[in-house]
Design a protein around this ligand. Structure first.
Ligand code: PEP
Ligand code: MG
Length: 571
């Protein structure tokens, strides 16, 4: 930093470890509705407006195609198909005729585009569920064309050729589908808690991230920042010496962890399989490189977030098979689609307006409305596993009571799935885990949602980060109840929420009786190293100490006091 310049440090929640530095690139907000303006009225004015509208639509189509090619080059061929289909919509001759007719009626280009799209939009919206789901694609093309004509920033995540720090109010999972992890060196968002999907995606991509950082709203495009995803800080205009020191520290820690290998176990040999959370075949390399023993959570909805229509059976089968094949000696726990709330799927829209989507139709609730989608997915899974040695387990998200657990187990039996399980994400399910256990073979505790629901703190809201903390003793109690019920009924009880990836909390979870831990691949080495340095008895003492505390901070401190090797790992 040049002499005399005051350092500026923004703080938020560090949710994905490591350091990254680069210029800020901002995700633009929504495009304004163009004013109902008219053009000059002459034939020449109309010609000029039509030419401008045609140029804007063609440029949008070309941008979408180029973006699709970049995504394909980064290994995401699906994104190319989706973006290619959008480019075709932008070049639709019927749409061009609609725009021309509006302009002939005196309307200026931007408004003419807006009106012409409105006609198409209404037709699609009323043409059944499949086509209605394409409305979002159409809106995106309209916004891009209008942005060009009005000269305002393009919506969505901008494309760059040089490394950058992505700054946004929040990131929708679909926004990140075309991001190249080699170019995004860090994420910073105003919103989003530690268990938001922005945080999860950042960890999966191995990109340092700070969320719940409201001050980042003022960061101007191009400002150089140093993001520390471990400390939760964003250093504005850092000196080069600070940047290189932070990057060196981050690399040193990474190489310490590279030495931690082998199956997960406590120091005295109590096995705790360490599994990876994946969103599709694209996450396998990282999972294998980090030594995952299998997959503990395959978030299948991540495959289809950017899709306007339901995936075909063959496509699903291929995506599932690719993941199953990667772990011939291990297990893969696949979660059926968890649509709704913060992961809306265009082809599974909620039945109506939902003032509180997290409490609405999501997960298994949504699939029960669309049993054909559930049975197609289960059938594709059974087919995908045929002839493989991998153990396939399938679980449902957002299960609340015995009736739902029974419904899911029956659907699995009908589709020929041998090992059905349920996620424990709803406090009601944790409290009555003993009643649910006989219906299924295993539990997997989703601490992200379990915390959200136990503490009544929406995981999307950055300001509630204090309550979105699985160290809350009430959450630890719910995990303990679930694990105890699993022991009593001889069921497995994994944790696949982000709590499993916290190297201190992981020891506590094992002490509570959890039998496996599943996390984003980059978290595996530190959790493995932390378990390997502590005995089961120490983990149990840490669990008792944490549960005896009255606040999340006290629980953390009490557990740490029972885990003496943490400082060796810089924890
Ligand atoms: C959870 O809720 O903890 C979980 C693993 O599911 P997701 O984060 O996908 O909602
Ligand atoms: Mg969940």
């Amino acid at each position: 930093m040049p002499d005399g310049r005051a350092a500026r440090m923004l703080t938020g929640a560090g949710v994905s470890p490591g350091a990254g530095a680069g210029p800020v690139v901002r995700v633009a907000g929504s495009v304004p509705e163009p004013p109902a303006a008219t053009h000059g009225g002459t034939a020449e004015d109309a010609r000029g407006e039509k030419a401008a509208a045609t140029r804007a639509l063609e440029a949008v189509a070309a941008d979408l195609e180029a973006c699709g090619e970049r995504a394909a080059a980064a290994g995401n061929a699906d994104a190319r198909d989706v973006l290619g289909a959008q480019a075709l919509m932008a070049r639709d001759p019927g749409l061009a005729d609609g725009v021309a007719a509006q302009i002939d009626g005196g309307t200026a280009a931007a408004r003419a585009v807006y009106e012409a799209f409105a006609v198409y939009r209404a037709v699609l919206a009323s043409a059944g569920e499949y086509l209605a789901a394409r409305v979002a694609d159409l809106d995106d093309i309209r916004d891009r064309a209008v942005a060009r004509l009005l000269g305002v920033p393009m919506p969505g995540v901008p494309q760059r050729d040089e490394p950058f720090v992505l700054v946004a109010r929040d990131l929708a999972p679909a926004d990140t589908a075309v991001l190249d992890p080699a170019l995004v060196v860090a994420f910073v968002t105003e919103e989003g808690g530690p268990t938001s999907h922005t945080a999860i995606l950042a960890r999966t991509m191995g990109v340092p991230a700070v969320v719940a950082c409201p001050e980042c709203a003022d960061l101007a495009e191009g400002t150089r920042v140093l993001v520390d995803g471990t400390a939760g800080t964003v250093h504005v205009d850092p000196a080069e010496t600070e940047v290189s020191a932070a990057l060196r520290r981050s690399a040193a820690r990474a190489s310490l962890l590279a030495e931690s290998t082998g199956p997960g176990a406590t120091r005295d040999g109590h096995a705790v399989p360490l599994l990876a959370n994946v969103g599709g075949p694209q996450d396998l390399d990282a999972a294998l490189a980090a030594g995952a023993e299998g997959v503990g959570l395959y978030r299948t909805e991540f495959l289809f977030l950017d899709r306007a229509h339901a995936p075909s059976d063959a496509e699903q089968e291929a995506a599932y098979r690719a993941v199953l094949e990667a772990f011939p000696q291990g297990k893969v726990v696949v979660r059926t689609l968890d649509a709704g709330a913060d992961k809306p799927l265009a082809f599974l829209p909620p039945p109506g307006e939902e003032p509180n989507p997290a409490l609405g139709e999501r997960g298994l609730r949504m699939l029960r409305r669309h049993p054909e989608v559930l049975s197609a997915q289960l059938t594709a899974l059974r087919r995908a596993s045929a002839g493989l040695t991998t153990r396939l387990e399938v679980m449902a998200p957002m299960v609340t009571d015995v009736e739902e657990a029974r419904y899911f187990a029956a659907a699995c039996a009908e589709a020929g799935i041998d090992h059905p399980g349920i996620m424990i994400e709803v406090p009601a399910a944790a409290l009555r885990a003993g009643d649910l256990a006989p219906e299924v073979e295993f539990f997997s505790v989703g601490t992200n949602d379990l915390t959200q629901y136990a503490c009544a703190a929406d995981r999307q809201i950055g300001g509630l980060a204090r309550l979105q903390d699985a160290w809350q003793p009430a959450v630890l109690d719910l995990v303990a109840l679930t694990a105890e019920a699993a022991v009593d009924t001889e069921r497995g009880c994994g944790v696949c929420g982000e709590a499993a990836g916290d190297p201190v909390l992981a020891c506590v979870l094992v002490g509570l009786g959890v039998t496996s831990l599943s996390m984003s691949a980059p978290s595996l080495p530190l959790v493995r190293a932390s378990l390997a340095r502590h005995t089961l008895a120490q983990c149990r003492r840490a669990a008792v100490a944490a549960r005896s505390a009255r606040t999340a901070d006290e629980a953390r401190t009490a557990a740490r006091a029972e885990l003496p090797a943490l400082p060796e790992l810089g924890l």
